[in-house]
Design a protein around this ligand. Structure first.
Ligand code: AMP
Length: 193
């Protein structure tokens, strides 16, 4: 099963993708997590990406496409994977098509979490508070001002990705404003198809 999760930052893509991992045993490929790991490790990619990420912008297509191309070559991706946070631009979507086509593979489903953007800043403040309370590090880009920049990047560059897949009839829209467990249940029903 090869899936993509679309939706603005804070829509719940990471949370829902993690639940599919647990149930279906396919890896979650979060470009945000991979980039954060590169930043933490101080790799050349991490050094290039850090300032852009801290400011809430998008890392270059070239870097992100390279990361995903390497990652899907790993043996654990043979059974499939869930892309979380990629593709975020049309160029990334086209590059993904080319990667999959070169392997004779296709996508199964694109799940789009639809949310009320006016509620997302509150959600992100809550996410930061919960992380702090649990003694976990708070993401720098979960600062409300930076978050607004991330949302702008989504509306400017990423919102066009959904129509790209919808034109092929691959998008299933999910109401992401429901309680987390309800969203999971809807997704599972959609995947059971
Ligand atoms: P996320 O964890 O998906 O919210 O991503 C955190 C940050 O990583 C984003 O705000 C971007 O700076 C960067 N990032 C993650 N995925 C991508 C991508 N596919 N294209 C460009 N930048 C990305």
């Amino acid at each position: 099963m090869r899936l993509i999760f679309l939706g603005p930052p804070g829509a719940g893509k990471g949370t829902q993708a993690a639940r599919i991992v647990a149930k279906h045993g396919i890896p979650q490929l979060s470009t945000g997590d991979m980039l954060r790991a590169a930043v933490a490790a101080g790799t050349p990619v991490g050094v290039k990406a850090k300032a852009v990420m801290d400011a809430g912008g998008l890392v270059s297509d070239e870097i992100v496409i390279g990361i995903v191309a390497d990652r899907i070559e790993e043996p654990d991706c043979k059974k499939g994977f869930i892309l979380d946070g990629f593709p975020r631009t049309l160029a990334q979507a086209e590059a993904l098509d080319a990667m999959l086509a070169s392997k004779g593979l296709d996508l199964d489903t694109v799940l789009e979490l639809k949310v009320d953007q006016s509620k997302l800043v509150d959600r992100i403040i809550k996410r930061a508070e919960e992380a702090r309370a649990a003694g976990q590090p708070v993401r720098k880009d979960d600062d409300p001002e930076v978050f607004k920049t991330r949302l702008d990047a989504y509306n400017r560059d990423t919102a066009v990705v959904s129509p790209y897949y919808a034109a092929r009839g691959q998008v299933i829209e999910i109401d992401g404003m429901q309680p987390v467990d309800d969203v999971t249940a809807v997704i599972e029903r959609a995947l059971a198809g």
